[in-house]
Design a protein around this ligand. Structure first.
Ligand SMILES: Cc1cc2nc3c(=O)[nH]c(=O)nc-3n(C[C@H](O)[C@H](O)[C@H](O)COP(=O)(O)OP(=O)(O)OC[C@H]3O[C@@H](n4cnc5c(N)ncnc54)[C@H](O)[C@@H]3O)c2cc1C
Ligand code: FES
Length: 266
């Protein structure tokens, strides 16, 4: 745990989509840092003098951290200006995780939308490393357009080793992939709820309709884990910024089993 903001060096920066980059960070001093985090947790990532933003880890390794960052405002835009060799300050990890170690023996469905695919990339890296512990892995990803599809290199790899279903909302006429909302490809899969656990991350509206679709397919709420996004300040349950219906999203979440937060309303 890095409880104080600590500088890490950018060792790789890769464009994923418009205003969206994948950063790989390692310890910046001589002493190697071993990272200890769980899938779905986030770090508070900062630029000195500007501020902090919670960003989910999208890798699974003790040697480095990867963050997929979309520039939407003061902190994230400034982070995107940094280059390989520059430092990024982080503290954490914070929050709850997708409890993958307790889900062994299940079929796993991974459903993501837009930048919500990022923490699920970490889950897929975990599942690949622990492949023998799980049954089938079904992936359903939705992005706005072919240009907005993140992690294209990983997608090719996941297509070979897992059951990958990718869709885009809109595409030019010559596009060869699936077009439509992510709920459509989930429904078309015809999967039932037997021996399955679902991990979801995406915009709130997408998660709402994915849950409705899963419900119509016979899934129970205790089979569904989702990650909630909320404006945060301290990240550790002190300031109350992230609170909804008495729940601290930073500390009690961001990952919740759906049946546990049925009373949580914005
Ligand atoms: C647990 C968690 C994990 C996250 N993981 C990632 C990630 O992996 N990659 C990534 O790019 N982003 C992620 N985010 C979102 C990221 O934290 C925000 O985009 C960032 O804090 C915005 O800060 P800013 O200073 O750049 O923008 P600001 O200048 O603060 O705001 C810019 C605009 O974005 C809106 N906004 C800011 N934060 C949020 C939010 N949390 N929800 C909805 N609207 C918001 C503001 O209202 C404003 O319109 C995550 C958020 C949470 C809570
Ligand atoms: S962000 Fe401060 S209490 Fe959650």
């Amino acid at each position: 745990m890095l409880s104080k903001s600590t500088p890490l060096k950018i060792v790789k920066k890769e464009k994923q989509a418009d205003k969206t980059y994948l950063f790989r960070l390692e310890g910046s001093g001589k002493k190697k840092i071993k990272f200890d985090y769980k899938i779905g947790q986030f770090y508070q990532v900062s630029v000195p003098g500007i501020g902090e933003a919670p960003i989910s880890v999208c890798s699974f390794s003790e040697d480095f951290l990867e963050f997929n960052i979309r520039g939407v405002g003061d902190v994230t835009d400034k982070l995107l200006e940094l280059e390989v060799g520059d430092n990024i300050w982080i503290r954490g990890p914070y929050g709850t995780s997708y409890p993958l170690d307790k889900l062994k023996g299940n079929n796993i469905m991974i459903i993501g939308g837009g930048t919500g695919i990022a923490p699920l990339r970490g889950a897929l890296k975990y599942l690949e490393m622990h492949r023998a512990d799980f049954e089938r892995v079904h992936i359903f990803f939705g992005c706005r357009s072919p240009e907005e599809v993140l992690f294209k290199k990983d997608m090719h790899h996941w297509d070979r080793i897992f059951d990958l279903n990718l869709t885009v909302d809109k595409a030019p006429a010559n596009y060869k992939g699936k077009v439509g909302l992510v709920t459509k490809i989930v429904e078309e899969s015809g999967l039932d709820n037997r021996n399955k656990v679902v991990l979801i991350c995406g915009p709130p509206i997408m998660m709402k309709f994915v849950i409705k679709t899963l419900e119509s397919m016979g899934f129970h709420y205790d089979q569904i884990f989702l990650s909630h996004e909320r404006r945060m300040k301290c990240g550790v349950g002190m300031c109350g910024h992230c609170m909804i219906s008495g729940i601290y999203v930073c500390k009690d979440g961001p990952v919740f089993r759906y049946d546990k937060i049925l009373g949580m309303h914005e």
